[in-house]
Ligand binder design. Sequence first.
Ligand SMILES: *Cc1c(COP(=O)(O)O)cnc(C)c1O
Length: 364
Amino acid sequence: MSVLDLVRPELRSFAAYASARTEAGHGEVMLNANESPWPPVDDIGQDLNRYPDPQPAQLCARLAEVYAVDAEQVLVGRGSDEAIDLLVRSFCRPGVDAVAMHPPTFGMYAVSARVQGAMVVELPLDAGFSLDVDAVLANLPETVKLLFLCSPNNPTGGLIALADIERLTVALRDRALVIVDEAYIEFADSPSASSLLGHCDNLGVLRTLSKAWALAGARVGVLLANPAVIAQLRKIMPPYPLPTPCVKAALSALKPAARRITGIRVDKLVAERKKLAVALEGMRGVRKVIPSHANFLAVTFEDAPAVYQLLIGQGIVVRDVTDYPNLSDALRISIGTPEENRRLLAVLRTGCTALPTSKRELHA
Ligand SMILES: *Cc1c(COP(=O)(O)O)cnc(C)c1O
């Protein structure tokens, strides 16, 4: 069985829109795409009057090199959010097929599933925020076509072991695609699941330039997968997904000198994460710092809403994650610059002492 047998039947022989740029990309006189023959009036980019390459070869090649895969295994889109959406729309029939995930986790898997009319199957992490692979395999309904694994997980920061990812992917061969979201893998001391792509046709790995690479505003996300899956997703992708300025920004960020600086910054953030975790542990008002392999910490507090308000009052915005299962007393704190982290700690140190009597003391 081919992984393409899992694609929605009505999309298997679907013909993609043939754009001018895909039919004939280059010539001396370009009169095939109804573009303006002149560059933009303002001096903002000489080539902006032309439609962009749908999948710029240079960018795909750079990304393939950075992620140690073949260029045919790379799909570049507008953030990994776009890849999530393309996967759900390609593999899940509305009202029939399902998407599985492990709450508490990233919200876009369920949002994309609901927009498509696909069922959402939740297989929660255990009390220690780990994935129980046997429980997943025992409880995964036949209708599930996509299983999203987030590693390191947002918002808890936990990792899923490569051996567990491999076991799930092999067990679900011929049944479902396993998609590992590695938006934060640069901050983890752990190899990418992309090393499994060679022998797992039903595996996909999501990467992004939005976090470690400092390009959230450029919206560049990547799916690494079997070339047949990539080709299938491209059929339903809009014809010109990548704006030219964003492609340029990505190419700049991936140049060797910039890569070295990014590596140094990642190391710095990881060191800051460790320092911040130590400083928060044992601070008055803090219950627990959940061990994180990402560029954030989920921290549980005696009174999370009060801490949230305290921080907002001092101009510091963190993420309230109290709506997530098992995190009803937690805030998610992104790691900032050393200065920003010092400021956060200073506010917490003075503020938490001044907070109204904590619940723990009331119950003591
Ligand atoms: C931030 C994040 C993304 C990235 O999304 P982009 O669309 O690439 O910006 C993907 N997955 C998770 C878990 C995230 O936290």
